[in-house]
Design a binder for this molecule. Structure first.
Ligand SMILES: Nc1ncnc2c1ncn2[C@@H]1O[C@H](COP(=O)(O)OP(=O)(O)OP(=O)(O)O)[C@@H](O)[C@H]1O
Length: 265
């Protein structure tokens, strides 16, 4: 792997205010331009991993290394905006750091919402607001974009459109993408790697081809083709036949004694 932008070795992180681990012995690395999707059920430690990688949470054991001077763009899981406070999109982009009009316009255009600058934040749809958050994360020309469940609350066409946008951002800027999703089945197809978390790294691999699931293509009416993939990871299957299909291989890293309990394939 090219020199990682962010790497972690043997990361064990406690739940806040507790000596109980939210994450145990996690190794992680993301290279420049790579798209990595972290999936896992609720409470599996996805946000904890992101916070530890960003340096916002100190690990009990292990270490995190970030490339010196690394520019990170972060799209948070939830942002509480007081609807009654009148604030335009343009002004929102200047919080907390004042930015110039050209920079704001470029970021909004790149996020596909170049026409929303003067709109009130409170009047945006969920999908528009996500794009404004993305625009804000793009300010400062990040080398890596970190998105914590960015498609939460979007409908399926909205998810497809958002993933297409992210692919475009990667193509145009070369930024690496680290995306978190609680959806165990559907991931962004452009992901170079999918990491399945359940308190530890349960398994990782490439996303499965959506072409193998005609009912899924039917569901999306073709709109998801090339964008979404099913990620199958039954834990009771035979791996031997996968050697003929390298694109379908995933690697089981470690099992907890009581199993991963999230068979979703
Ligand atoms: N502020 C907190 N105080 C106490 N426990 C917490 C706190 N934040 C997270 N935890 C616990 O740490 C564990 C991991 O939580 P985390 O938010 O990382 O999971 P997640 O995979 O991101 O979940 P979700 O999909 O629901 O966002 C959970 O058991 C959770 O209850």
């Amino acid at each position: 792997m090219k020199t990682a932008l962010i790497a972690a070795q043997g990361l064990t992180v406690d739940r806040p205010g507790s000596r109980e681990a939210a994450l145990t012995n996690v190794d992680f690395a993301i290279a420049p331009g790579e798209i990595v999707t972290v999936v896992g059920p609720n409470g599996s430690g996805k946000s904890t991993l992101i916070r530890a990688l960003l340096g916002n949470l100190a690990p009990r054991e292990g270490k995190v290394t970030r490339r010196p001077g690394l520019r990170i763009g972060y799209v948070p899981q939830r942002v509480q905006i007081e609807q009654s406070i009148p604030m335009t999109v343009r002004r929102f982009l200047s919080l907390p750091r004042r930015i110039g009009n050209d920079e704001a316009a470029a970021a909004l255009t790149r996020a596909g919402v170049g026409d929303l600058s003067d709109r009130s934040i409170g009047a945006l749809s969920g999908g528009q607001f996500q794009r404004v958050l993305l625009a804000r994360a793009l300010l400062g020309d990040p080398q890596i974009l970190v998105l914590d469940e960015p498609t939460q609350g979007l409908d399926q066409p909205g998810i497809v459109a958002f993933y297409q946008l992210i692919e475009q951002v990667r193509a145009e800027t070369g930024a690496a993408i680290l995306m978190v999703s609680h959806d165990l089945l559907v991931v962004m197809r452009a992901s170079d790697r999918v990491i399945c978390l359940n308190g530890h790294v349960c398994c990782e691999g490439t996303p499965q081809s959506v072409g193998s699931a005609p009912e899924y293509l039917a569901l999306f009416g073709g709109r998801g083709e090339g964008t979404l993939a099913l990620y199958q990871h039954q834990h009771n299957h035979d791996h031997d036949h996968l050697h003929d299909h390298p694109s379908q291989v995933h690697r089981h890293v470690q099992h907890s004694p009581d199993g991963c309990n999230h068979n979703a394939g």
